[in-house]
Ligand binder design. Sequence first.
Ligand code: GLN
Length: 451
Amino acid sequence: AHLDRMAEVDGAVHAFLHVNGEEALATARDVDERRARGEELHPLAGVPIAVKDVVVTKGQPTTAASRMLEGWVPPYDATIVERLRAAGLPILGKTNLDEFAMGSSTEHSAYGPTRNPWDLERIPGGSGGGSAAAVAAFEAPLAIGTDTGGSIRQPAAVTGSVGVKPTYGGVSRYGLIALASSLDQAGPVSRTVLDSALLHELIGGHDPRDSTSLPDPVGDLVAAAGAQDLRGLRVGVVRELGGEGYQAGVEASFTAALDLLREAGAEIVEVSCPSFASALAAYYLILPAEASSNLAKFDGMRFGLRVEPTEGPLTAERVMAATRGAGFGDEVKRRIILGTHALSAGYVDAYYGSAQQVRTLIQRDFAAAFEKADVLVSPTTPTTAFRFGEKLDDPLAMYLNDVATIPANLAGVPGISVPSGLSDDGLPVGFQALAPAREDARLYRVGAVLE
Ligand code: GLN
């Protein structure tokens, strides 16, 4: 049914870069047979899933939406993909994204943008716009995203889906094409909070192949998603994540959602995190710095694209320059330039160093706020889905979209975006909840009340 739906709508939506019909059907049939034999299977066995194309899949192309990796077929599976396969989830295909997960609209994909199923003239968010659009367009019931600065939560918000960024270290990063290693986390995208909880429990938990993987189990997320009771829970509204720059319809939906939490027994308090005002600036130094280092491996020798200079001597350096010049898009080049500059001798203390100090202040603000509240809440994004091209020529306007999602990545804390109805423009709005590290269960408890 999902492959049929894809055939019907994906020409317009373009959520997928690669569809894997035969293999998905074979997995589904195998699960049916095992179930008929009375085998005990995972609750998600047989439920198809779409995987963001920045997660490596053995034997299936993985491009990170870049020309640089066109035609590359990974020889191994990411840990999360291994876990999906072991539990019997048919992998429908690989979803579109902004090149190397840099962006908020999928307009930076080298293979053309994904369209928002709610309005095909609008962006589906980014970088994981393909995963969110696949779920919102009923092409897949579940998807995997990755969130470095909001790329699960922001697309979920603008497509009316649920998206979760787990605690840093809660889900293995082994087999993700790294953007910024200290910020990246993979997580679920789905249509219901319970579906995300089931998927999060499946992909989460310790992995010895990821040196930053936490030793502890992810917790009972499925039970939390079924609680429907917030008595005793203190919900902190973050003063800095609202007001100026936030669309009136987004604010109205947020306020209505707070009423629902109150009705479920939560106590609403206000908290202040002054350093969040500098989060965007710190992120757009730390991320490019780490990305410039992670992307150094795309050198025209090891994987994917190789472009030789048309004239002159064939040296390694010249092959590298020709390959990177041809293989990377403008946004990727912009960030490599920013990142190498921020790390260069003479500038590293002023740029990278001070950004790291801001990061520490953000972590302290979170710690202080979590003394006063058990979860922190805000709109996930300042606006609903914008139109194609609206922010494409203005990187700073594009970056502003991440203002509410970025603090969580800088502090490593988990966050969820849950649909909270429609804005007055008829487009979906996302409600964000953040919890202290390792307390991911609280996100599901709050999220379930808003469904
Ligand atoms: N929009 C953010 C950026 O462009 C988030 C990216 C992400 O989470 N992968 O960096």
